[in-house]
Design a protein around this ligand. Structure first.
Ligand SMILES: [Zn+2]
Length: 388
C-alpha cells in the first residue's frame, strides 16, 4: 500500500475488497434485499428516500453493507470552485470542504457503512476536466476522515489513451478509495479505446471501485479493481449527462433480464422473439426455479421478479469470481466465461435459427489484456499537466 495509509483506511479497503454491490432506487431496495449475500454483497441506494431506507435496512440487518449515491453528477457539471453539491427540495447547494464533511457525517448518521462524496459530473480533459478533476481530489484530500469513498463521475473520454495516464495519476494521489462512474450515451465501453483504458486503470490503481456499471464490473475486478456496484436498471448501469431534475434512476416499464450464459442483459421481448418456435431457455436461480426466461410480462410483479432474477444471477457469477485468486487465476476464469458466452451465442443462433450477434463489448473483452501504465507514461503526463 502507498505511503500515508492510515489505520482506518485499511479498514475501508477491506470493506470494499471483492465486494459486489447492487445499485438500486430506494423504492426497489426491499425487493432485492433478500437476494443480496451479506458477506460478499450490499446495496448502493439512490433516490430521495435513500437516507431513510438506509437507516431502516441497517437497523434491521446490521451486517449488510448499505451506502448512498445522491446522484449529484446527474444534475450538475463540476467546476473547480463547485466540485461537490447537493440537490434537495430547497434547491441546489454547492459544498465547500466543511459542507462536504457535514453531508458525509449525515450519511454515517443514517447508518451508511461508509460515506460517498456527492461529486458533480467531471467533463472530458479537452473540455476543461483536468482542473476539475484535480480540484475534486485536492478538496477530498483535505477531508480528515477514513470512512469515505470519493466518487469520480467522468466522461468516457477520460478512458482514451491520451487521458487515462492523468486520470490514473489523480486516482493514485487520492487519500481515499475512488469509485469511478463512466458516463456516455449508451454503453461507455463501446467507445473507442474505452475498454482497454478501463483495464489499464484497474491494473494501475489498487484502490479503484467501478460504480454504476453492468457486467463491466467483472472485467474490472478480474483486472484488479477493488470492488464494483452494478445497477439494477439500465439507467443505473452507466453515468448519464447531467440535467437539472434528473432522478436517481426510475423504473423501466418493460422487463429486462440478465442472461448469465450470454453475459448480457436482454429485453424479455427479444427473448420471446428468439424462442417463438422452440423451447425457451430456463433458469435455475432461487427466483426462477427452473422456469423459462421468457415468462416475464410487464406486470409489476413480473418486473420485480425479473429484477430479483438478475440480482441472483449476478451473485452466482460473483461467487465464482470470489472463489478465484486475484491475478492470473481470476483473469483466466473471466476469459473462460467470455469463451463460453461466445459458444452460447452460437448455440442460441443454431437453436433458434435467428441471427444473434456477439456484442461489441464482449468482443473487446476477449482481446489480450493491456499491461499496467508505466511510471514513465505517468511522468510524461505529469509534465504535460504542469505543476498543480
Ligand atoms: Zn433466474
Amino acid at each position: 500500500m502507498g505511503a500515508g495509509t492510515g489505520d482506518g483506511i485499511e479498514g475501508i479497503d477491506e470493506l470494499l475488497r471483492d465486494r459486489l454491490l447492487i445499485m438500486v432506487n430506494d423504492r426497489s431496495a426491499i425487493d432485492v434485499l433478500p437476494y443480496v449475500p451479506p458477506r460478499t454483497g450490499g446495496l448502493v441506494l439512490t433516490g430521495a428516500a435513500a437516507p431513510v431506507r438506509c437507516r431502516e435496512i441497517r437497523n434491521a440487518l446490521a451486517e449488510t453493507v448499505v451506502v448512498m449515491d445522491y446522484g449529484s453528477h446527474t444534475q450538475r457539471i463540476a467546476t473547480p470552485d463547485a466540485a461537490f453539491g447537493l440537490g434537495s427540495g430547497q434547491g441546489w447547494r454547492n459544498l465547500d470542504v466543511t459542507g462536504l464533511d457535514e453531508i458525509l457525517d449525515g450519511q454515517r448518521d443514517n447508518k451508511a457503512s461508509y460515506a460517498v462524496t456527492p461529486t458533480c459530473f467531471i467533463p472530458a480533459d479537452e473540455a476543461g476536466g483536468a482542473s476539475v478533476l484535480s480540484a475534486v481530489i485536492g478538496q477530498a484530500n483535505q477531508l480528515r476522515r477514513e470512512d469515505t469513498v470519493v466518487l469520480l463521475p467522468c466522461s468516457w473520454r477520460w478512458l482514451r489513451r491520451s487521458s487515462v495516464p492523468l486520470l490514473a495519476q489523480q486516482i493514485r494521489a487520492c487519500r481515499h478509495p475512488v469509485a469511478l462512474i463512466m458516463q456516455a450515451y449508451g454503453d461507455p465501453l463501446e467507445r473507442a479505446q474505452a475498454a482497454e483504458g478501463l483495464r489499464q486503470l484497474c491494473r494501475s490503481c489498487p484502490r479503484l471501485v467501478l460504480w454504476r456499471t453492468d457486467l463491466a464490473a467483472f472485467d474490472a475486478m478480474a483486472h484488479g479493481a477493488l470492488g464494483a456496484a452494478v445497477g439494477v436498471s439500465a439507467v443505473l448501469r452507466h453515468g448519464v449527462a447531467p440535467q437539472p431534475g434528473n432522478g436517481g434512476g426510475g423504473h423501466k416499464p418493460h422487463p429486462v433480464v440478465l442472461i448469465r450464459r450470454l453475459l448480457r442483459y436482454h429485453r424479455v421481448a427479444t427473448l420471446q422473439d428468439w424462442f417463438a418456435h422452440v423451447d425457451p431457455w430456463t433458469c435455475d436461480c432461487a427466483v426462477c426455479k427452473g422456469a423459462p426466461l421468457t415468462r416475464f410480462t410487464d406486470r409489476n410483479a413480473d418486473v420485480v421478479a425479473a429484477l430479483q432474477h438478475s440480482v441472483c444471477e449476478l451473485y452466482a457469477l460473483h461467487e465464482e469470481l470470489d472463489a478465484t485468486l486475484a491475478g492470473d487465476e481470476r483473469i483466466g476464469w473471466w476469459r473462460q466465461q467470455l469463451a463460453d458466452a461466445w459458444e452460447y451465442h452460437r448455440l442460441l443462433a443454431t437453436q433458434t435459427g435467428t441471427e444473434v450477434p456477439f456484442p461489441k463489448v464482449l468482443q473487446a473483452w476477449r482481446h489480450q489484456s493491456p499491461v499496467a501504465l508505466t511510471t514513465s507514461e505517468e511522468q510524461q503526463d505529469q509534465e504535460r499537466s504542469g505543476p498543480s
